[in-house]
Design a protein around this ligand. Structure first.
Ligand code: ATP
Ligand code: MG
Ligand code: MG
Length: 383
């Protein structure tokens, strides 16, 4: 059979393996930890560091194509793989998404075609940059340019003094200050582009975050208007096109209180907010990634059921401050109509760790949301 490879053995690598195997591919995973979620799903585990030249060479020789499940894989590793196999998305595309400044520059480059800009911002590389921050960028959010995720590496600042302190606490990290925008709601747009240049875009997902981590995704979203949806989808297609990207790309947008769209960031891979596609769309984001890698025609993105996804974090394994973990009542969650439970096979629960998700599908979005609320009550998640 044909082998597909994935850099990273977390839940995204695991769900990719499941989807690709279902389509008849064999899946190789490169991941340093032998006990990762994808290791139990993979046909072959290259247990090595992501930069291990020997493992990269073996992976490239074994696989017809290689992808990545996380954006912080070194661009050099992807370039090494690309010497011997097809890498999608390419090192160039991934490196744009690794760096918030490059990402914003790219969004600006695309703006003529996409009609969407990033948040007003200023690069912060030294204390002197703080003095030249325009007043109207405050209050703002100071973000590290690289490596931030789930709200990590971000500090909200109201004043220049708070900004100075926050930057000092970053210990010299390359940062960007973004103006704090008045968000009405947040959306993400999942798109995919094939090696033949054909692109597709999924329905708009509306996202609610809690403590910087995705909490729920609802599709169709309760707030999005058809005009904003069409605009965001067209923007995503313009961006994926201009990047010459191959594979699945997720772009997060803010919808501001005045209705305008702002490009926040992108993930060069299947995304947490796209998990609903597994149960609610003709082609899941993971199957789509396998198709793009194998240079197959992209699959139908049509959504066949309204869907509401709830992320399951490790917190619910614990009561109060207790250290003792207990297994949540999955049987009660599974008894709810339209429940599709996905647990990632992580061996130990930790607070704020993504352990799984559950997607409710139903004939109407209201019913899906109602079942999601019931699941929250069962699992002890404040609604
Ligand atoms: P992810 O886990 O999605 O990769 P991240 O850590 O990279 O997240 P961002 O998406 O940049 O972080 O920001 C996290 C959240 O903080 C956003 O979803 C949004 O709710 C809020 N936020 C970020 N930037 C702004 C802004 N400029 N104005 C208002 N809110 C913002
Ligand atoms: Mg991010
Ligand atoms: Mg984000």
């Amino acid at each position: 059979g044909t082998w597909l490879g994935v850099m990273g053995g977390g839940q995204l690598g695991r769900m990719f393996a499941h989807a690709a195997q279902q389509m008849g591919f064999k899946v190789a995973v490169l991941e340093p930890s032998i006990d990762c979620p994808a290791s139990h799903a993979a046909d072959y585990l290259h247990c090595a560091d992501y930069t291990d030249a020997d493992a990269l060479k073996k992976m490239a020789e074994q696989c017809a194509a290689v992808t990545t499940e996380f954006e912080n894989v070194s661009a050099r590793s992807l370039a090494l793989l690309a010497e011997n196999t097809f890498v999608a998305p390419s090192a160039d595309c991934v490196s744009i998404a690794q760096d918030r400044m490059e990402e914003k520059r790219f969004f600006i480059d695309c703006a003529a075609k996409s009609g969407v800009f990033p948040a007003p911002h200023k690069e912060i590389k030294s204390d002197a940059d703080i003095d030249s921050v325009p007043d109207d960028l405050l209050p703002g959010i100071l973000k590290t340019v690289r490596m931030g995720y789930d709200g990590k590496g971000q500090v909200r600042v109201k004043t220049r003094d708070e900004l100075r302190q926050a930057y000092a606490d970053m210990e010299g990290a390359h940062c960007v200050l973004e103006k704090m925008l008045p968000l009405a709601y947040e959306i993400s747009v999942l798109s995919a582009r094939g090696a033949d240049g054909q692109s597709v875009v999924y329905p708009i997902a509306e996202n609610v975050h809690r403590d910087g981590i995705l909490f729920t995704t609802t599709v169709p979203g309760p707030h999005i208007t058809p005009e904003s949806a069409a605009k965001a989808q067209a923007a995503a297609l313009a961006i994926i096109e201009q990047m010459g990207y191959v594979g699945v790309l997720c772009i997060e947008f803010f919808v501001l209180t005045d209705g305008s769209l702002v490009a926040n960031e992108m993930a060069p891979r299947p995304h947490n907010s796209g998990h609903y596609t597994i149960d609610a769309c003709v082609t899941s984001q993971f199957a789509q990634q396998a198709r793009a890698m194998a240079r197959l025609p992209l699959g139908d993105v049509r959504q066949h059921s309204p869907a509401a996804m709830l992320n399951i974090l490790g917190d619910i394994w614990f009561e109060g401050d207790s250290e003792k973990a207990h297994e949540p009542a999955w049987d009660k969650v599974l008894a709810l109509p339209g429940a599709n439970l996905h647990l990632y096979g992580k061996n130990s629960a930790r607070r704020a760790r993504k352990m799984g998700h559950v997607t409710f599908i139903a004939p109407t979005i209201e019913e899906a949301q109602e079942n999601l609320r019931k699941a929250c009550a069962i699992l002890g998640i404040p609604a």
